[in-house]
Design a protein around this ligand. Structure first.
Ligand SMILES: C[S@@+](CC[C@H](N)C(=O)[O-])C[C@H]1O[C@@H](n2cnc3c(N)ncnc32)[C@H](O)[C@@H]1O
Length: 353
């Protein structure tokens, strides 16, 4: 199951189930009764594998949207079946052949029905997802972790920085805490600040810090970008900020409505948050430090808005993109250049007068 860039998927129009008439609803509830009866009859013969196959077909037919931790009907169905039947994390081929009784089948059916009817992303129903190989608690107070930055963390940001020199890391907009906590695991000697403006998100992040016993090295801070981090400096600043523009927000598939809009919406063109980060990160990076930011398919807008910045756009083996990297030196050189241009404009203006 690979983490999928939500904004890359978000740009595609969502597929929706056809509107249902009253007659269709009556006929479907009769079909539902028939299928409940046949479920009872088939109960003894149904295996975990068959249950997943059946659920995956239902999800596919219903046209639900994938891209919140799973990217296909099979993975989505498997996550729900695993959760409903409380199957073990350690999977063997025999797990798939286990027999499922009528009660187990009814639990799966109820979850699949909620997934389809309410368009709730599967991992909000199960309350857990995976990021950088680690499990995280999730609920609608936080964005569902799926950033391709996971891959970079697993590689300890090599070749962009020497991991041995990394002492302090900042994750801006930490949400569930997934990036901050995965960074703490990847850099066992580093301290990590995870900041977020949302107190609700920080409550969820705190449960994950406890879950991973990371409290000695991960500090959660309620902060509007850098507002509560004055005077602090870092070797790595990483962020998956909100970056969805207003028009794209209106077109998102219904699954996204279950996520906090604070985690997605970033003004008319999706640049509100990234603009603040680019403006202030240089002051908080140590020499040789790096800034890594996911902007998804707002990449084009970012390139256009900041032509003076020499972004490196990163490639990912597991897919996803729209993540840039800048060094402290590049950021500071650009801000010196901007200051010089501003001074030049003021001088020209005075000469004209
Ligand atoms: C796209 S989510 C990323 C969550 C998490 N880092 C991840 O990758 O799954 C963006 C996060 O930024 C937070 N956020 C939004 N505006 C912010 C601001 N002005 N300052 C700090 N955090 C902010 C949101 O509450 C949300 O948790």
């Amino acid at each position: 199951m690979r983490e999928v860039s939500h904004r890359a998927k978000a740009s595609k129009p969502g597929r929706r189930a056809a509107p249902r008439t009253a007659a269709a609803r009556r006929s479907s509830s009769r079909a539902g009764a028939r299928s409940a009866g046949s479920t009872q009859r088939r109960a003894a013969a149904t295996s975990v594998r068959k249950l997943i196959e059946r659920a995956a077909k239902q999800l596919d037919r219903a046209g639900v949207f994938f891209g919140h931790g799973t990217d296909n009907p099979w993975d989505d169905a498997a996550a729900l079946v695993w959760y409903a039947l409380a199957l073990p994390d350690k999977v063997t081929p025999r797990t798939y052949e286990r027999k499922v009784n009528a009660a187990g089948q009814a639990k799966v059916a109820a979850l699949i029905e909620r997934r389809i009817r309410e368009r709730i992303p599967a991992v909000y129903l199960t309350g857990q997802t995976w990021f950088a190989g680690m499990p995280f608690n999730v609920d609608p107070r936080v964005l569902i972790p799926r950033s391709p930055i996971a891959e970079l963390i697993e590689q300890r940001f090599v070749p962009w920085i020497d991991p041995a020199r990394v002492k302090d890391i900042l994750d801006i907009g930490t949400g569930s805490g997934c990036i901050a906590i995965a960074c703490a695991a990847a850099f066992p000697k580093a301290k990590v600040d995870g900041s977020d403006i949302s107190p609700e998100a920080l409550e969820v992040a705190a449960t994950n810090v406890r879950r991973h016993e990371a409290g000695r090295r991960v500090r959660l801070v309620k902060s509007n970008h850098f507002s509560e981090l004055r005077g602090r400096s870092y070797d790595i600043i990483v962020s998956n900020p909100p970056y969805v523009g207003a028009q794209e927000m209106r077109q998102l598939p219904p699954e996204y409505r279950h996520e906090p809009s604070l985690a997605l919406a970033a003004g008319p063109s999706g640049l509100d948050s990234v603009r603040v980060i680019l403006g202030e990160a240089g002051r908080h990076l140590r020499p040789g430090g790096v800034l890594v930011v996911e902007v998804g398919n707002t990449e084009t807008a970012v390139r256009r808005a900041f032509p003076e910045l020499p972004f490196t756009w990163l490639d990912f083996e597991r897919g996803g993109g729209g993540v840039f990297l800048l060094t402290a030196e590049q950021l500071n050189a650009a801000s010196r250049g901007n200051a010089a241009r501003r001074a030049h404009r003021v001088t020209r203006y005075r000469n004209v007068r």
